[in-house]
Design a protein around this ligand. Sequence first.
Ligand SMILES: Nc1ncnc2c1ncn2[C@@H]1O[C@H](COP(=O)(O)OP(=O)(O)OP(=O)(O)O)[C@@H](O)[C@H]1O
Length: 234
Amino acid sequence: MNIEIKNISHSYDVEVLTDLNLSLSNYHSVAIIGVSGSGKSTLIRLMSGLELPSSGSIEINGFDVRDEIYRKSIGFVFQNHNLFPHLSLKKNISLVLEKTRNMDKTEADRTALRYLSLLHLEDQVDKLPNNVSGGQAQRASIARALSINPEIIFLDEPTSSLDPILTHEVLTAVEELKGLGKDFIFVTHVMSFVKDFADYVIFMDQGKIAEQGLPTILDHPKSEALKSFMQKVR
Ligand SMILES: Nc1ncnc2c1ncn2[C@@H]1O[C@H](COP(=O)(O)OP(=O)(O)OP(=O)(O)O)[C@@H](O)[C@H]1O
């Protein structure tokens, strides 16, 4: 995918991203890392078009992120699974497909089952989100994001509410998706996953990109900020 971010700043009560620029071509799996509050979630939400920057522009694969065509070409997985609690895992997916992709019920059900199986949830499809583990629910929300056949999948700390075992289970499932030919942009605190899965790393510090490059920057950080971060997360 190609990413062109020009001079974006973003404020809530105070400025959280400051004059940020990024130009990337032909990477497929971009990790955004950094300490809590450094602006990672804000950046990934702006890149997905879920929120618009206070100033500046973002183009991904040649589309302004405000473009409806772009918005239909992405899937987003949130920190918490965001599934409807009163619908089964299957229905959580098939309903989205019926309502937003005009699929008939049979095709929507078939597609939901296909993606739930891809995430190893074929035995859980009729359960409600509250009756499966946190890792299974998060895998179902990844299946839901995939089911609309997006070009890019955004994951904003998908394992932040999970214990280490479930974190491993979800991230292993994500790694298995590499062969699908999708592009990924993700925020995570799990550095082993960054090393295994990312082909480019963006390190955020205080609303700016403090360091960026291939995943090898994690082993050979140049900036004091990334050095200090790596000492804390190891
Ligand atoms: N909707 C909002 N309204 C007001 N302030 C916000 C909002 N979202 C984020 N912020 C503030 O913006 C700053 C950056 O937040 P952001 O969530 O982007 O950081 P982060 O690096 O993803 O942190 P974490 O790792 O804790 O999720 C923080 O100071 C946060 O309190």
